[in-house]
Design a protein around this ligand. Structure first.
Ligand code: ATP
Length: 207
């Protein structure tokens, strides 16, 4: 998609939210939706939704709204969810187990395709249908399975070295659950899902 470069981070973050709602509409067999209806349900300004979607072409019809199936297809294309996306997970502890067994992303064409852990006692154990692999198989497996994204669920002190291993193996996006900042080359995107610091920020708003 030629316009890919211009999509702002904020839009990229909203598109999955639109997609989730639209997929729900598909499930309940609703075929068209207005930006007002989407806005009400998602708590997003309808003008914002129209603006976000207009950036990718003229999807909506005045007075009728958006064709749900068409929009789902388009957003999936924009987010590059059309082909299966394979994800590696490093750190098969409690969080790693929970995330591996949480298969809600399967329907979005995402799949955990390899799991690694440094603990020899865990290597070889089965988790979510996969055999936990040692770190020395990481690079080869990531290349062979064409894995591009990774999830880090190791303790904080191990996160940077795991991040380095992953980026050297060609990983281009990391979702980091370890409660620490990690650094990667510029072409690698890092998103944080740090439960502790998120809760700490929420604590500030308690009255
Ligand atoms: P458990 O007690 O079963 O290990 P946990 O969730 O308490 O679970 P953590 O100490 O948070 O364990 O570690 C998460 C996982 O990360 C563990 O399975 C651990 O073996 C693994 N781990 C630690 N360091 C590394 C590393 N450098 N590379 C890969 N995996 C690692």
């Amino acid at each position: 998609m030629a316009k890919h470069e211009k999509i702002s981070e904020a839009v990229v973050r909203r598109l999955p939210i639109y997609l989730r709602y639209l997929s729900y509409l598909q499930q309940v067999e609703v075929t068209t939706v207005s930006s007002q209806q989407m806005g009400r349900n998602l708590d997003v300004n309808p003008a914002q939704i129209r603006k976000d979607l207009a950036a990718f072409g003229d999807f909506g019809k005045k007075g009728i709204g958006y064709d749900v199936n068409y929009l789902v297809e388009k957003i999936r294309q924009i987010l590059k969810l059309t082909d299966e996306i394979r994800v590696a997970l490093v750190g098969a502890g409690n969080l790693g187990h929970a995330i591996s067994n949480y298969n809600a992303y399967l329907k979005d064409n995402m799949r955990i395709a390899a799991i690694f852990d440094s603990n020899p006692k865990k290597v070889g154990n089965e988790l979510a249908g996969l055999s936990i692999q040692p770190l020395d198989e990481l690079a080869e497996t990531i290349a062979a399975k064409q894995i591009k994204l990774a999830i880090i669920t190791v303790p904080a002190p191990a996160a940077q070295s795991v991040c380095d291993l992953l980026t050297q193996a060609g990983i281009k996006g990391i979702l980091n659950f370890a409660p620490t900042t990690i650094r990667a080359p510029k072409d690698v995107r890092i998103h944080y899902a740090d439960v502790t610091s998120n809760l700490q920020s929420l604590a500030y708003y308690l009255t």
